[in-house]
Write a protein that binds this ligand. Sequence first.
Ligand code: ADP
Length: 473
Amino acid sequence: MKILFAASEAGPFIRTGGLGDVAAALPKAFKALGHDVRVVIPYYKLEIPAQFQNLMSYEGSTFVDLSWRRQYCGVFKAVYEGITYYFIDNEYYFKRNGLYGHFDDGERFAFFSKAILESMPIMDFVPDIIHANDWQTALVPVFLDCFYRYSKEYQMIKTVFTIHNIEFQGKYNKCLIDDILGLPFGAGSLVEDSDCANFMKGGIESAARVTTVSETYAQELMHPFYSFGLDPILSSRRFKLRGVLNGIDTKLYDPMTDKALFKNYSFDTIEDKAENKKGLCEMLDLPYSPDKPIIGMVTRLTEQKGMDLVAAVIEEILAANLQFVVLGTGDWKYEEMLRDLERRYPTKVRTIIKFSQDIASKIYAGSDMFLMPSKFEPCGLSQMIAMRYGSIPIVRETGGLKDTVIPYDAETGIGRGFTFKTYNSYDMLDAVWRAFGTFRDKKKWNAVVSNAMSADFGWLNSAKRYIEIFKEI
Ligand code: ADP
């Protein structure tokens, strides 16, 4: 099968979060199953590291019409680890600092979505499936139906749209529908929602299948608490909605080979995990004690990630004999709260406000527990990475957290983590104490660590499920 995977970011070229991880790993899994997969992302000239830009070659250029605009569109290509990547070039739209958050993001990603379709002749690749991801590429199925279906090469292309996080929908003033998208008369309703232009709604309407990144999240999206206003449309389009759990790149996230670690280890050499705890403490100038559990967090510091719950009970947690290490960036109020904690608990808390893969790995390896009390979590990669590194997740039972973290049951010995249901700080605290209690019983704790580290979070099963869906359509 020929698959064009469209996204606004893809590791290792450029990534800001989970989507970049998925775009790095899922295409590899499609390839491993024998499919011809290519990936297309914008050419962020100021953001993609030079070593990757050096791999690119210029393939050609064309123009993309956005209503009355006619915009240049260059196509660059790079082959990396056997996969072909295309980069859509337009310096006005993409030669900027940062990927998102510009005043004209709607126009930028409408351009990108249409440019993908327009540049297919330059790529010399007519896919069977275009797999669009999140709001930035949600207009691909819309533009395909509205502008390209008449042409023979495009007639048989089927589209799948994956929602990685419904919070970000690409919602703009309605005037954008005429002024930028330039959709034909009558087609505007595809993207119109609550008197706004809503890109994600367009993807849901037009794609042949809509998927999201866990079974539980697919069900949760039917409810207003989780859907950010899209539950009516998703409920009525339920027939095409599927949940497919993400995996993680098990080669990249492997404590046996991860170069960032102080000492590599597996479950068979789990004693060496202590070297990482020691190393982490030394690096952060924290007193080291094997008996004191370190609770780690590697996260965006936002409400979604449950930072409100953490803020509410962190003082009670810190009253116990443990340490707390957080790596993250995000809302100023949480950054300040965590900086303040570090000031007041200098032997117990470390707050690192930056994005660093290197430090992230050191925390996954050096911590005993990994806190992720998300309000909602479409899939979540961090908890899977944590389990692979033997850091036991403490999570709320939502979305992918529910589907990946089987709660530990001391009676049966089954389970990989500690969970709570209600979005309530004292329920979270209870889960922390359960983890803390189990940590003191080394035999039981080792059993949980063994369960967590032996779980299969590879991409192959997910890729097979996507292929089934592609075949369905
Ligand atoms: P989301 O995509 O909602 O942020 P996920 O759990 O799906 O959450 O993916 C987060 C990914 O980003 C994980 O690989 C995690 O390790 C990484 N990450 C998050 N914050 C940081 C940070 N400050 N530094 C390094 N990596 C981070």
